[in-house]
Design a protein around this ligand. Structure first.
Ligand code: PHE
Ligand code: ZN
Length: 865
């Protein structure tokens, strides 16, 4: 049976709302099974709309009663469907009226974690993108903005909503949010919670109460998130001139959450994994995530909340910009080059992969069936890259002026990408119509470079090609900013960083080398080494014929730290590809890396990144691009061979780093200490693979923090240690977040041949609560993302196992099931047998009766390509 393709919504069909909302009043009478929501909403015909029927969204609501201007509606006065409620224009008293309704909802039965639901006895909400319609009847679209008043009635001790508190008593609390907002930013929390409290004074002199609300027992794990929050508030004032705008800012940590966190106005709700941290239970990486996610959600207060999106096609308007802002913040708070390299690693691992497959879509999509499927790496990470390019093209000053204009002009509005680009055009006088293709053309552009030299002149040719993607067979040339420098053969820079813009299929750029060399005080070089795409100035795949020898020079000498790292990375990728074809590991590369590792003038975090190998997925992607059909099992083995070879070749320097970098007994999560641990643990890992378990066992026993403990744990798992998992379990079985790591690490670091069996065994473990998204992701994602060779086991067992779990989860939580299904998006990379088995798994999912719109759309898109 062919499942029906879910219906699509198109950007081109956007129409302004028929009615606007001037005010919302909500009363919640909370009860796990039968919560009552009483709404009083003042509507007014939209002068820019077409008038007509009152159409409200609503899903899974039991209507108790409704009235308009105080007159109760009879059964014949409205029509209720699966999607909502309609009152005919003829029944409406005029252009402005008050709608009142009482509905009953079932938070306990809400397993999708969208709308109002229960997590460990705590009521909480998740309304983005379209969850508010599961709470009450409302025009649930972001271009309808209104101030909200909320009254919560419940015996639970802590009752929170958006805005400022205006009153509370036994069993009730009232909140007022003066800032008009779309319904997706509504939030309510009620529970037995304790606060880690602090305060902040804004640059305008307003005192803001800050609280991080957690379950009793967790209050000792909030200090870092609070510190990150205060630093974010100060940073947004300095970097963007944006101050906070309420008397109180609340964050709540919940254990059951589909995503990372949510920027509800004045009441951010977080996956507890991105709030709670102590040295014993959280890794340096966890701390880093907490810092950047707290910042991200806080920054949404201006980019997302005060200025929001007109419709969900414009999602990148808030997400791309807010990711860019949190990346800037982290670059300021930590090391800018290390931040840039990490951001690019993420982009390539997730977004390039997406862009190269059947799920490729525009940064601003033009059609969707389920908007939840478009909270993607393309919208977020590529969306941030697009803003980074704009920043680079116009410069920091004009960028700031454009943002000032954006906030001044659009405060309180729901906007589009056109509005966004218009402020840049106005401030800079630039025509951005070609630049806009970054929002409307999918696919990662290929940039190729070639150069020739004659008589002291160099001609650099840059070419671009944008590959076809689903629905977009032909592309126009994009505007690609290429930051570059030139080095002579000794590694001396003769052209400092310069920005050139590729705005056609091909451009040729002349360089007067004689003049450049003279200016740099260097002899005229016989050959030059171009350092292209410095700082990764555009999200493209660069193909430049820089010889291995020249890349070794770049690795040793480039003034651009990103390209230094990139040179090493590309050498490592090429070495892996060579080994895949039977070649040997490259001793010259090892020698160069050894010199770099021993250079104590370099940030240890940077050195750790240079030492890190491409992931198996990146390696498979590279193999495919080189025309080799990747076999994940061989990819894994080859990568392991290279790790062992590096451990042997670099043994002395790794040992020396290991001994020298011990940060001592007092743990601090700051960038400096984390950098030392990162390099030390990277050394530990390679040494364990080449030398055996002794050092890692000692490291495990001595660890006084989770970063070291998990480093030793995974190194030991990698060499097949059979008892460390038991020890870890016994120590941590009562800590949920740490046990997520336990599940994930074991599966990710299992020998590929045994990974599916282990995942199966762990999915029967008493602590495997598949209804908790973090735990589900730990086990299923531990296989699909953590152990590609296991997932792609030649028997097909991995595909079957994952399909079974997706089907099971879909009935309960479609959003998370659909998100995890992208594990299959790379199917075209593999051999015919694997392709056939993946397609069979996808077809089996597609044939499930009652499949969600979310998962149906994902499978349909993956299957279609
Ligand atoms: N808007 C959230 C963020 O980026 C992400 C999110 C989307 C959370 C949908 C929940 C549901 O910060
Ligand atoms: Zn966001």
């Amino acid at each position: 049976m062919q499942p029906s393709t879910p219906q699509q919504i198109h950007l081109a069909d956007y129409r302004p709302p028929a009615y606007l909302v001037d005010h919302v009043h909500l009363t919640f009478r909370l009860a796990p099974k039968g919560t009552r929501v009483i709404s009083r909403i003042r509507f007014r015909a939209n002068p820019a709309g077409t008038g007509g029927d009152l159409v409200l969204d609503g899903e899974g609501l039991r209507l108790i009663g409704a009235a308009i201007d105080g007159v109760a509606l009879g059964a014949g006065d409205y029509l209720i469907t699966q999607a909502g409620l309609r009152v005919a224009a003829a029944r409406l008293p005029g252009d402005a009226f008050t709608w009142e309704a009482e509905v009953a909802i079932d938070p306990e039965g809400n397993t999708a974690l969208e709308g109002l639901y229960l997590s460990k006895g705590m009521f909480c909400t998740q309304c983005e993108a379209e969850g508010f319609r599961k709470i009450t009847f409302y025009p649930d679209r972001p271009d309808v903005m209104a101030p909200f008043d909320v009254r919560i009635e419940s015996d639970l001790p802590v009752l929170l909503s958006n805005g400022n508190p205006v009153g509370q008593g036994a069993g009730w609390a009232e909140w007022h949010d003066p800032w008009p907002k779309p319904a997706y930013l509504f939030a309510l929390v009620a529970g037995d919670l304790v606060a880690h409290a602090d305060s902040f004074t804004t640059m305008e002199g307003r005192a803001v109460a800050l609280n991080i609300w957690v379950r009793p027992g967790d209050e000792g794990k909030c200090a870092y998130a609070m510190d990150a929050l205060k630093r974010s508030m100060a940073w947004d004032e300095t970097a963007y001139g944006r101050a906070y705008d309420l008397n109180i800012f609340n964050i709540v940590a919940v254990d059951d959450f589909n995503m990372g966190a949510m920027e509800n106005k004045g009441l951010n709700i977080f996956n507890s994994k991105f709030v709670l941290a102590s040295p014993e239970t959280a890794t340096d990486r966890d701390y880093e995530f907490i810092e950047s996610i707290v910042a991200h959600e806080y920054f949404h207060n201006w980019t997302g909340n005060r200025v929001t999106c007109r419709d969900w096609f414009q999602l990148c308007l808030k997400e791309g910009l807010t990711v860019f802002r949190d990346q800037q913040f982290s670059a300021d708070a930590r090391s800018a080059p290390v931040q840039r390299i990490s951001d690019v690693l993420q982009l390539r691992a997730r977004q390039f992969r997406e862009d190269a497959g059947p799920l490729a879509h525009n940064v601003r999509p033009e059609a969707y069936a389920e908007i939840n499927n478009f909270y993607t790496a393309t919208v977020y990470e590529k969306g941030a890259e697009v803003i980074g390019m704009l920043h680079r093209l116009v410069g920091a000053q004009a960028y700031r002026a454009a943002l000032d204009l954006y906030f001044a002009r659009h405060d309180g509005q729901a906007c589009t990408i056109e509005d966004w680009l218009a402020v840049f055009s106005e401030v800079t006088g630039r025509d951005l119509s070609q630049f806009k293709l970054w929002y409307t053309q999918a696919g990662t552009p290929r940039l190729s470079a070639a150069w020739s030299m004659a008589e002291g002149q160099m001609h650099l040719t840059l070419r671009q090609e944008v590959p076809a993607t689903p629905g977009q067979p032909h592309k126009s040339p994009m505007l690609i900013p290429v930051a570059l420098g030139l080095l002579d053969q000794t590694g001396a820079e003769i052209l400092p960083e310069t920005l050139v813009v590729l705005d056609q299929a091909e451009v040729v750029i002349p360089f007067d080398l004689a003049a450049l060399a003279a200016e740099a005080g260097r002899p005229l070089p016989e050959a030059v080494i171009p350092s292209l795409l410095r700082g990764f100035s555009a999200p493209v795949i660069l193909d430049a014929p820089v010889s291995r020898a020249d890349r070794l020079v770049l690795l040793a000498h480039d003034t651009d730290p990103f390209n230094r790292w990139e040179a090493g990375r590309s050498l490592m990728r090429e070495t892996l590809l060579g080994m895949l074809l039977g070649g040997a590991a490259d001793q010259a590369l090892f020698a160069a890396m050894g010199r770099l590792l021993a250079d104590d003038s370099l940030d240890p975090a940077f050195r750790a990144l240079v030492l890190a190998l491409p992931s198996e997925d990146e390696f498979a992607q590279a193999a495919q691009e080189a025309g080799i059909v990747p076999d994940p099992v061989i990819i894994h083995a080859t990568r392991r061979d290279l790790q062992v070879a590096m451990g042997v070749a670099l043994g002395p320097v790794l040992t020396q780093l290991y001994d020298a970098l011990d940060p001592g007994p007092s743990y601090r999560p700051d960038a400096a200490q984390a950098a030392q641990r990162a390099l030390r643990n990277a050394a530990l890992h390679l040494l364990t693979l080449s030398e055996g378990p002794t050092r890692a066992q000692a490291h495990y026993d001595a660890a006084n923090n989770m970063t070291d403990e998990i480093a030793a744990f995974t190194a030991l798992l990698d060499i097949g240690d059979s008892d460390v998992a038991g020890r870890f379990h016994d120590r941590w079985k009562d800590d949920r977040l740490v046990m997520d790591k336990w599940f994930m690490a074991q599966i990710s670091h299992a020998a590929p041949g045994g990974a599916v069996a282990l995942a199966r065994r762990l999915s029967a473990h008493p602590l495997f609560d598949w209804t908790n998204p973090n735990r589900f992701r730990a086990v299923i994602g531990g296989l699909t993302a953590g152990n590609p060779a296991g997932f792609h086991d030649p028997s097909g067992a991995g595909y079957g196992f994952v399909a079974d779990w997706l089907i099971r989860l879909d009935a309960r939580n479609p959003q998370t099931a659909a998100r995890m299904s992208s594990a299959f998006e790379t199917w075209r990379r593999y051999d015919a047998d694997r392709q056939a088995m993946i397609l069979a798994a996808l077809d089996r999912i597609a044939a499930q009766p009652g499949l969600s719109r979310d998962l149906a759309e994902m499978v349909g898109r993956m299957r279609a390509a």
